[in-house]
Design a protein around this ligand. Structure first.
Ligand code: HEC
Length: 124
């Protein structure tokens, strides 16, 4: 009986630390994309939008943003978050694939809108 209790206690601690590790990892992935890909006037995203990024930089940005696929919404509805993330990935994929036309860039501008995503999904 005592052993059973002990075992379930161990199992609980195990599960709890898994959950924490997952949250940390989730945050790490999102923060890396934000800081290395999206933030600032000279970020790969900004350069992609204003036409200064090389094909290599665009491809790297696409690969980086793709790591956000399947991340958990830190706040707000998961479905709405998935939709925004997937749209951003799709728009970048198109440009990385060579379509740098006005329409493709306008779509990226919209899907990378910082405030639209942050106001719903970024914790205060
Ligand atoms: C599709 C959603 C989405 C878009 C678009 C987006 N962000 Fe974020 N961003 C997030 C989420 C979610 C967080 C919060 C992560 C957390 O705290 O768990 C975040 C956090 C951040 C952070 C803080 C990272 C840290 O170190 O804690 C910065 C900086 C940032 N975003 C910059 C930007 C900029 C600049 C843009 C626009 C060019 C942008 N983001 C567009 C989802 C997005």
């Amino acid at each position: 009986m005592k052993l059973k209790l002990l075992l379930s206690a161990v199992a609980c601690v195990g599960i709890a630390s898994f959950a924490i590790a997952d949250d940390d990892k989730n945050y790490e992935i999102i923060a890396k994309v934000m800081k290395e890909g999206l933030k600032g006037k000279t970020s790969p995203l900004a350069k992609t939008i204003n036409g200064e990024a090389s094909d290599e930089e665009i491809k790297d940005l696409f690969e980086l943003v793709k790591t956000m696929e399947d991340t958990k919404a830190p706040k707000g509805e998961q479905d709405a978050y998935d939709e925004k993330v997937n749209q951003l990935i799709a728009d970048l994929e198109k440009i990385a694939g060579g379509d740098k036309g006005d329409e493709a860039i306008a779509a990226l501008k919209k899907s990378s809108n910082c405030k639209a995503c942050h106001s719903d999904h970024k914790p205060d």
